[in-house]
Design a protein around this ligand. Structure first.
Ligand code: T46
Length: 134
């Protein structure tokens, strides 16, 4: 599936680099929630779900990790290893995150507050809904 990568503007000078993210400018939605994933143990994979109605941008602000996105028909994998790049993940996309480096910090910007009822955690249910809505 086609991946949507957001390239943030890096403001670099002799002191280092800075990336600024503002609502609805760099990010195509209003940010309602921010969370981050770190201290990944024994390189265990995460995710394994889709969201019915949630947009997110994933940024690996330190270290690296792989993200697999699956539309139900096509899969793509992306290596997030650059804090100036964000991976947009829209509704109804199955995601898996794996291969975290020890120092990985995965920052996620989300369009809605956390809601467990928005998760589809069963892959066959995900495929069923995708096929039904085709
Ligand atoms: C996603 C990927 C990229 C909360 O209480 N609030 C939150 O905002 C979040 C994100 C999680 N939680 C709780 C729910 C679970 O008890 O934290 C625990 C771990 O969450 P989960 O197993 O869903 O984590 P991941 O890494 O599998 O998935 C997360 C997000 O949940 C998900 O929306 O797209 O990161």
């Amino acid at each position: 599936m086609e991946l949507s990568i957001i390239n943030f503007r890096e403001m670099a000078d002799e002191r280092g680099k800075l990336v600024a993210i503002e609502n609805k400018k760099e990010i195509p939605f209003e940010i309602k929630r921010v969370y981050y994933i770190y201290d990944n143990k024994e390189n265990l994979s995460r995710g394994f779900h889709a969201h019915k109605s949630l947009e997110q941008v994933l940024i690996c602000v330190h270290g690296s990790c792989y993200v697999l996105l699956d539309s139900g028909e096509e899969k793509s994998t992306y290596l997030l290893d650059d804090p100036s790049k964000g991976l947009y993940v829209g509704n109804m996309v199955w995601r898996e995150m794996y291969g975290f480096s020890d120092d990985a910090v995965l920052l996620v910007l989300a369009s809605k507050e956390h809601d467990e009822s928005d998760y589809i955690r069963d892959y066959s249910e995900f495929l069923l809904i995708k096929r039904r809505n085709k």
